[in-house]
Every structure is written in C-alpha cells, then in structure tokens.
Design a binder for this molecule. Structure first.
Ligand SMILES: Cc1cc2nc3c(=O)[nH]c(=O)nc-3n(C[C@H](O)[C@H](O)[C@H](O)COP(=O)(O)OP(=O)(O)OC[C@H]3O[C@@H](n4cnc5c(N)ncnc54)[C@H](O)[C@@H]3O)c2cc1C
Length: 465
C-alpha cells in the first residue's frame, strides 16, 4: 500500500456530534486548518447507525454546532407536543451534518475530511489509514490531536446484545423493527433506557396492542419532562430553581427526585417503584401515558441468556412466547470513561463540562481552545464532567456543572459567546432579560441556589470546598 503525508494544525478524530461542534467553534474563532477523520464514511457519528425512527429527545435548537441552527427553531403547532420546540429526526440530523461538513467545512478550504478512515499511531507518528483503499496518510500535526471519540456512545446496531443467544432465537437490534417481513406475536423489549422507550412508543404508534409487548427492564429510569427542557430562559431558570429547591433540605437523593416528580420535572413509568437509573433523557407526557399501558413488565435483573423457549435472567426465568421477537435495546448508550483533563499533554479529549448537552460542551471547548493559549487556564475554565447514570452521578453532574458554569461564565468573552450560542440551554437572550417571568425565575433561583447546591453536593458525596 502507498503512504502519503499531509500537514494540518488540528487532527480531530471523530466527526460525530462532538467533533463537529468542536471543529465548528474552532474554525470560527481561529485561523487554522483542521483534518477531520472518521472511520464512518460520513459525518454525524452514531446517528449513521441509530434506529430509523429515532428523534432528538430534546429541542433541535440545543443540538448541532454553534454557527448553524439545526431545524427552523419552530414551536410545534399540533400533535401531542403542541407548544414544545420541534425535534429533528435521524434523516434531518444526517442531512444537517452532511451539509455542514461539505458546504461549511470542506467548502471553506480550512477543513479536510478523511472519511472511512481509521486513526492510529505508530510511536510519535499520527497515521490515518483508508478502510477502502488501504492507503495510509502520515499526518504532521502542527498544533493538537483532538480525541472527539472519548464519549462515543454504544448503540445496539453496532454492539452485540449483552446476553447469550441460543441458535435460531430471533433476537434483533432495535433498528430491525423498521424492516420486519412479518409481524411477531409478541415483542420482548430488553432495555431500560431511551432506546427501549422509543421502541415501545413506536410499536404502539404502529398499532401493536400493549399486551403484545413484554418490557424487560433491569432498572427503572427517571426521565425529565420534556416541557421543562425548552429553549426559553424562564423555563430554564425555573428548572434550575426547582432542582435547587428540591435539593435544599432533602434527606436523600431519592427525596430530591420525588420532590422533582411532585413539581412535574421528573417522570417515572411506575409510581410504585423508586427508580435507580437517572440518565434523564427527556420524555413527553404523552409518551409516558403510552409507556404506562405496558403491563407485562419483567423486573428480574439483567437478561443472561435467551433460548428458544425461555429468557434466563439474574433473578428468575420467564417463558419466551411462541412467535416472539426479542428486541435488543440494551447497549449502554452513554459512556463513562475516566474523567481526565480535557487538555492533556498528548491530546485534547472532548468531554462534557456543564451538565449534559454534549454539543454545547464540545463547542465551548472549541471556543476556549481558540481563544486561550495556556492549557492550565483552559483546564481551569473547562473541568471535565460526567454523564449521569445513577442518582449519585446525576447529582455530581449538576454540582460539577454548576461550578464549571460559574468559572467560565466569569470570563466576559466566554459569557458573551455562550449567551449568543443557541446550543446553550442556560442562554438568556438579551431581549428577554427583563421579562417579568425571567426576572421572577432568576430571583427564585438566586434565593435557593447556594443552599440547594451545598445540599446536592453533600448528597453526591462531593462536598463543596
Ligand atoms: C440513540 C441516541 C440518541 C441520543 N439523543 C440525544 C439527544 O437527543 N440529545 C443529546 O444531547 N444527546 C443525545 N444522545 C447522546 C449522544 O452521546 C450524542 O448526542 C452524540 O451523538 C454522541 O456524539 P459523539 O461525537 O460523542 O460520538 P459518536 O457519534 O460516536 O462519534 C464519534 C466518532 O468517532 C469515530 N471514531 C472513533 N474512533 C476512531 C478512530 N480511531 N478513527 C477514526 N474514527 C474514529 C467513530 O466512527 C464515530 O463516528 C443520544 C445518544 C444516542 C445513542
């Protein structure tokens, strides 16, 4: 195979949501050249392999890159989410990233894209090998290597089921639901997260009766009411105030979540079960109503093995109905690698900084990379955060995220940029700053912020200094 060489300022590994958001903010604020590499043939990362009926779980405005709004910013006018912001579907997300990559990035001459290519190293050399031609390019990186795959999620289409499957048992990844040749008698949904809830809502929406669905969930999830995660500063401030009010004086994290449920912030499917899972995707209340129609729920721990006649779980065995299809929705999704400084000696590792919202965080890292020249200062402004999984990690994420927001928000140029960035869920549009509902929510938050944050930190086992 031939070997070529090329030069670039930044070698960004991963053209998923985080690599795209970082690159976009970087080239907008620094005169640099970026080489973007992905083993997938196109941009968008996991959205290329996600199930066909997936939709963003929150507003399109919060997703994508800072320079270019995804969607129209419109509020839905009809349907079960009337009054809430539109949410893009998979095809729209793919198109958005495709357009960005070729028109804005490559078209500018400042970004080269090496698709269908694997990044690897050989000693100090940065190599990119085409999975198609086999050709290897040695990339001379003048400034930084950026690992934008550090939080790359695991999805069912590319991750085998985490349980054994006997020969001849119909177990399919969730994607296959949209490509069935024949209807199953029963759909056995294995998973507790957003993919599972999406699959059930989609099946019910396609006329499958609730009693033909068995939901195997090893944990019960807390989910955020989509109505409280909207690009509106009054809604965002009320959410923060509700969260801190719920934490203030709470005896446990369970109590925090139960208080938030009473405030219609958090949702759970079964009011008799206190959830232990808190990845907290957003859910519409119309979806919650549909999920509650499923009565055949199996709570016997993780599935270990599926045979032609039964499902063996950690704490018991249930029969597999004749003609059933087992649907794998059990990939881990969000990842929780060790938290490391974003700016490391060998690479920039893109992680979240404020709570949630990976696109905003990656864009913020791009902005800070472009506008600061000292890694210690960059790391001070942008400490790494975790994605949530349990109640404890959710609380940690809130605490660390609040501390980080205060740090980077104290820098006038960053504050100005974040406040103009649609991806930022905490953005307060200047035109709304003096609106009575925004002022009232801000005052409510100010009253409880310190006490709530201190209590949340204690409950998270991360006391504030
Ligand atoms: C089904 C689903 C729905 C979601 N919905 C939302 C949502 O509505 N809102 C939200 O904020 N978040 C959502 N998330 C969270 C999700 O983590 C992010 O939205 C996002 O898509 C993840 O992007 P990423 O760039 O971190 O990872 P990826 O999309 O996985 O991108 C990383 C890329 O790196 C490439 N790569 C890795 N290693 C190499 C290598 N050595 N060489 C070359 N290329 C490499 C991979 O091919 C991949 O394309 C969702 C996640 C899932 C799974």
């Amino acid at each position: 195979m031939t070997t070529r060489s090329s030069q670039t300022d930044y070698l960004v590994v991963g053209a998923g949501a985080m690599g795209m958001a970082f690159t976009d903010a970087l080239i907008d604020h620094a005169d640099v050249h970026v080489t973007l590499v992905d083993r997938r043939h196109a941009a968008a990362g996991q959205w290329q392999d996600a199930y066909p009926f997936v939709q963003l779980h929150q507003a399109s405005l919060f997703y994508g890159v800072a320079s270019t709004v995804l969607g129209t910013g419109a509020v839905q006018q009809d349907g079960p989410e009337s009054g809430l912001q539109e949410r893009a579907r998979r095809s729209e997300i793919q198109h958005y990233y495709d357009d960005l990559l070729y028109r804005r990035f490559v078209g500018s001459g400042r970004v080269s894209f090496l698709g269908a290519s694997e990044y690897h190293t050989d000693g100090p050399s940065h190599l990119v090998t085409s999975r198609v031609s086999g050709e290897t390019t040695v990339v001379d990186v003048r400034r930084r290597v950026v690992d934008a795959s550090y939080l790359s999620p695991a999805v069912p289409a590319t991750t085998p089921p985490p349980f054994g499957v006997a020969d001849g048992v119909p177990v399919v990844a969730v994607n296959e639901l949209a490509r069935l040749d024949a209807a199953a008698t029963t759909y056995v949904i294995v998973g507790s997260g957003k993919t599972a809830t999406d699959a059930i809502v989609w099946l019910l929406g396609n006329g499958v009766e609730a009693d033909r669905i068995v939901w195997v969930r090893s944990r019960d999830p807390w989910m955020l009411n989509r109505a409280v995660v909207q690009p509106d500063p009054a809604v965002a401030l009320e959410l923060a105030a509700d969260t801190m009010t719920a934490a203030d004086g709470a005896g446990s994290l369970d109590e925090v979540f139960l208080r938030l449920e009473a405030d219609e912030v958090m949702l759970r499917v079964d009011s008799d079960v206190v959830p232990t899972m808190a990845k907290t995707p957003t859910l519409g209340t119309w979806e919650l109503e549909l999920l509650r129609t499923i009565e055949r729920v199996v709570r016997l721990g993780h599935v270990q093995h599926v045979s032609t006649s039964e499902i063996v779980l950690e704490h018991g065995v249930v029969p597999l109905p004749e003609g059933a299809l087992v649907v794998h929705c059990a990939a881990s999704g969000l990842q929780y690698p060790p938290l490391v400084p974003l700016w490391g000696p060998d690479a920039i590792r893109i992680q979240t900084i404020r709570a949630g919202f990976p696109c905003f965080n990656a864009a913020l890292a791009g902005f800070v990379e472009a506008t600061r020249d000292d890694d210690r200062e960059r790391n001070r402004l942008c400490p790494p955060n975790t994605f949530p999984d349990s109640l404890v990690t959710w609380a940690r994420m809130q605490v660390w995220g609040t501390v980080a927001m205060r740090r980077y928000g104290a820098e006038p140029d960053i504050a100005e940029w974040t406040n103009g960035c649609a991806l930022n869920p905490a953005r307060i549009d200047p035109s709304r700053r003096d609106a009575p509902e925004v002022r009232a929510a801000a005052a409510r938050l100010a009253d409880v912020a310190e006490a709530g944050l201190t209590r949340l930190a204690d409950l998270a086992g991360e006391p504030l200094n």
